[in-house]
Design a protein around this ligand. Structure first.
Ligand code: NAP
Length: 307
């Protein structure tokens, strides 16, 4: 594949940036890829494993001359980073981000976007519970969705180029409006994470009563919650602080449904429970048919990489 951008700068060198780097190299999407991370430790690790063609100790050096800058930092600091890099951005450059929340990130970033620079928000719907520069892999985005959220006045050519770039990384691309994005991911990702954190927290409270059995017998469903609940605390703190409205809306509905199921159990209403579980089973089938998960027993744990 021909280069889509001559020079790409990755700011933040964790799971998403490192996966983007390996996927760019796999399909030769960029001429040169530069990088910057906040800590010297992460920058040293990146150099050691060959993550980025050049890793700079100064964020401005990493961004200077870049045709595409990708902000791969936690959502709470997107605006700060944009403010820092704004003075050296090349005219005509595109800046995008990979943050899990879109309305708040756009509000943080837009005031700092210089004239002649295109900002197009983005969010790849792909991840794992691992973080840091060593956690990335080239296949992360294959057949996953990447949602692009153009802002007012986004240049159509810049959007089309960014779309080709994400397709080159292996993703399917769709455009979405920011508020709608935040509601969709509150249902598909943010609320489920909070529920997993809660379930694991409850199990931890019970640990003394069950005397280690929670860990020993964890395969009964609990194990899947623990995988999600192992996700990066900084990232998830920022997600809930910045996607507050949509998450609270979904958690409100969740609580109502939970009470209804609780009542059905208390009243012995088997029909209600059976109907409910039949409906949810169909949703799982739909996800498999859409190619977004495997129907192998045990989520295909015994073979391949699990996301
Ligand atoms: P990660 O592995 O924890 O990496 C975050 C990177 O950001 C690290 O290199 C960190 O540098 C750097 N960083 C943190 N604060 C910074 C600051 N103030 N200035 C400059 N760099 C800073 O995170 P990730 O999983 O790749 O997530 C990155 C973004 O992608 C987040 O916005 C997240 O919402 C989004 N996202 C994540 C997933 C997922 O499943 N993980 C999926 C889709 C989207 P140090 O290492 O030096 O601290």
């Amino acid at each position: 594949m021909a280069h889509i951008y001559d020079r790409v700068a990755l700011i933040g060198l964790g799971l998403i940036a490192s996966s983007m780097f390996w996927a760019m190299k796999r399909n030769d999407l960029a001429g040169e890829i530069t990088g910057f991370a906040r800590s010297g430790e992460t920058r040293d690790t990146a150099r050691e494993i060959g993550l980025c063609d050049v890793v700079y100790d100064n964020i401005l050096d990493a961004v200077r001359g870049a045709d595409l800058v990708v902000l791969c930092v936690p959502v709470g600091v997107m605006g700060q980073v944009m403010e820092q890099i704004a003075p050296v951005l090349k005219p005509g450059a595109t800046v995008t981000d990979v943050g899990s929340v879109k309305r708040d990130v756009i509000a943080q970033v837009m005031p700092h976007v210089p004239d002649g620079v295109h900002f197009i928000a983005g969010h790849p719907l792909a991840g794992t519970e691992h973080s840091g520069p060593r956690s990335g892999f080239a296949e992360l985005f294959d057949n996953r969705w990447c949602l692009l959220v153009p802002v007012e006045g986004s240049n159509p050519d810049a959007i089309a180029r960014l779309r080709s770039f994400w397709e080159g990384l292996g993703a399917n691309v769709e455009e979405m409006e920011a508020e709608h994005h935040d509601l969709v991911v509150a249902v598909t990702s943010h609320a489920p994470h909070l529920i997993a954190y809660t379930m694991v927290g409850v199990a931890d409270d019970l640990r003394r009563v069950t005397d280690g059995e929670v860990i020993k017998y964890s395969a009964g469903g609990f194990r899947d919650f623990t995988r999600i609940a192992a996700s990066d605390p900084t990232m998830w703190r920022d997600v809930f602080l910045t996607n507050k409205d949509a998450t609270l809306e979904i958690l409100g509905r969740f609580t109502e449904e939970l009470f209804a199921l609780q009542r059905a159990i208390r009243q012995g209403d088997g029909a209600h429970l059976h109907d409910y579980f039949t409906r949810t089973r169909a949703i799982r089938r739909g996800i498999i048919e859409a190619g977004q998960d495997t129907d192998a027993p045990d989520f295909g744990r015994s073979g391949g990489r699990k996301q």
